[in-house]
Design a protein around this ligand. Structure first.
Ligand code: ADP
Ligand code: MG
Length: 485
């Protein structure tokens, strides 16, 4: 039997506001536990929430970026449940009248195919606190769970897709695109390791050709693209095996552990009725006027798809390279500044996607923390192009700049790395190699064809060794050709 996978995502996007959605408490990450939770965040009797305008504006910006209908009058509701990280007993969220209605996000797969994923809606809500388990356990693994309420009341939008994705690749492409849109808009810092964007994946399978959707499970709170991919693959396999063994899928909520790469059932799925939703009596409906929308539309930056398109036109980059560079606003900015300084976009793109990205990944740095500035990288590329250094030496200069030894020009000077292009000097080098390696020269002259070509490499290697890699390769080649005849 052939199976088809169906995936729909619910994504929590933390909005990068300075204060919480209904109070003036700071949203900064990493403060001492419970130092940033106010009476309002805990809904203590006698307090009233006041809606943060910045959170509403960021949600509307998101809606405009995905061509969605904007809810002109959205309503906050209470979703009632009790959990230790939500001591107020309800989450303030939206249900019937969300701030963002139907919209579209276009994704592109590695093979170039494009596809539209429909957004069902996106609503504003507050985050809950965090349970801290390990920190409070004794050696026997017994103990208490700590609750940190700093995150309680942090503004989120929850973005809900239609079940439009058909493979893990499509789901990850969508997740990456959403990340690119949110960070380009500047509505979210995009730091997944701090939980700024969390994905719940709904997965079901059905026999190929069947129209009716299969029973789905929801795996919650995936905070990396890699975990998301792994969790979906596992879940597809589990469901197919279950059905093929004569069982059936139970609609449930599951948890995936990234460390052990295993998932387990957490609870069977609740119904909306279980939450006893009702409009929050403490908050007025949110009205967004046409004038608000016009003003916010005028603030929209160039979005990832448009920027990638421009990179292809303006810099003659491939669609793949352009998409990769445009997916991160700050990488794209760095690339453009470096390309302008270097005067060579293609070479700059290769450096940014190659050495620069590799170092950022290895050291877990954001491009804004890169020790080599965009203009610094531009200068390095210029020095390759004007023949001051070879591409090989450039890697050494790059490393030195990254270690903080100065600008590329300073490193080239201080380390004496200028390429030797003085033909007199290079001729001396070649003469010496020939004199020192009489046997190899004789063997070379006796050989022919591919064998001789291979032996030629030995002499080039000697020249580079003698000059510490600084010999101009074209000139060395020409001189050796001439003198070995
Ligand atoms: P609920 O109201 O129970 O939360 P929704 O209809 O809002 O369910 O769907 C929640 C998410 O699950 C959406 O992203 C939707 O696309 C996805 N989804 C719904 N049904 C399926 C299914 N059979 N297979 C995969 N995903 C699904
Ligand atoms: Mg739902």
């Amino acid at each position: 039997m052939e199976w088809e996978t169906v995936i729909g995502l619910e994504v929590h996007v933390q909005l990068s506001t300075a204060t919480k959605i209904f109070s003036g408490s700071s949203t900064a990450f990493g403060a001492a536990p419970n130092s940033q939770a106010s009476l309002v965040d805990l809904a203590m009797p006698g307090t009233l929430p006041v809606l943060n305008r910045a959170a509403v504006e960021k949600a509307v910006l998101f809606g405009l970026a995905i061509n969605a209908e904007i809810g002109k009058r959205s309503v906050f509701e209470r979703k009632n449940y009790f959990y230790p990280d939500l001591p107020k007993g309800y989450q303030t969220t939206q249900l019937e009248a969300p701030i963002v209605g139907r919209g579209d996000v276009e994704i592109q797969l590695e093979d170039g195919t494009r596809k539209t994923v429909r957004i069902h809606h996106a609503h504003l809500e507050e985050d809950a606190g965090k349970s801290l388990h390990e920190a409070f356990h004794d050696e026997q693994g017994r103990g208490m769970t700590g609750i940190d309420l700093n995150r309680a009341g942090t503004p989120l939008i929850e973005v809900v897709t239609e079940p439009d994705m058909r493979s893990p690749e499509e789901a990850v492409a969508f997740a990456r695109k959403l990340h690119a849109i949110a960070t380009t808009l500047g509505i979210c810092d995009g730091d997944m390791s701090q939980g700024s964007m969390r994905f719940d994946v709904n997965v079901s399978v059905r026999p190929k050709g069947e129209e009716k959707l299969g029973t789905r499970t929801e795996t919650k709170n995936l905070n990396s693209f890699r975990f998301m991919d792994a969790a979906i693959r596992q879940e597809i396999r589990r469901q197919i095996e279950l059905i093929e063994d004569g069982g059936s899928v139970v609609q449930e909520t599951r948890l995936f552990d990234g460390d052990t790469q295993t998932a387990r059932s957490m609870r069977t799925k609740e119904d909306a009725n279980d939450y006893r939703y009702f409009p929050c009596p403490d908050l007025l409906p949110v009205e967004v006027t046409d004038a608000d929308i016009d003003r916010l539309r005028a603030q929209l930056p160039e979005l990832p798809d448009a920027r990638a398109e421009r990179f292809m036109q303006q810099y003659a980059l491939s669609g793949y390279d352009a998409g990769l560079l445009a997916a991160d606003r700050h990488i794209a900015d760095y690339f453009e500044a470096a390309a302008a300084a270097a005067g060579d976009a293609k070479l700059t793109a290769n450096w940014v996607m190659g050495d620069v990205s590799a170092r950022l990944n290895a050291e877990n740095l954001d491009i804004r923390q890169a020790p080599l500035s965009a203009t610094g990288l531009g200068q390095l590329i210029q020095r390759i192009k004007d023949g001051t250094i070879s591409s090989k030496i450039a890697k050494q200069v790059f490393d030195a700049c990254w270690q903080g030894e100065g600008s590329p020009d300073e490193v080239i000077d201080a380390r004496g790395l200028k390429q030797v292009s003085d033909s007199g000097e290079l001729e001396k080098v070649v003469d010496q190699i020939i004199a020192d390696n009489a046997d190899q020269v004789a063997a070379y002259q006796a050989a022919e064809g591919a064998k001789q070509k291979k032996m030629f490499g030995f002499f080039v290697g000697q020249a580079m060794k003698l000059t510490q890699g600084k010999a101009n390769p074209q000139q060395i080649n020409a001189l050796l050709q001439e003198k070995l005849q």
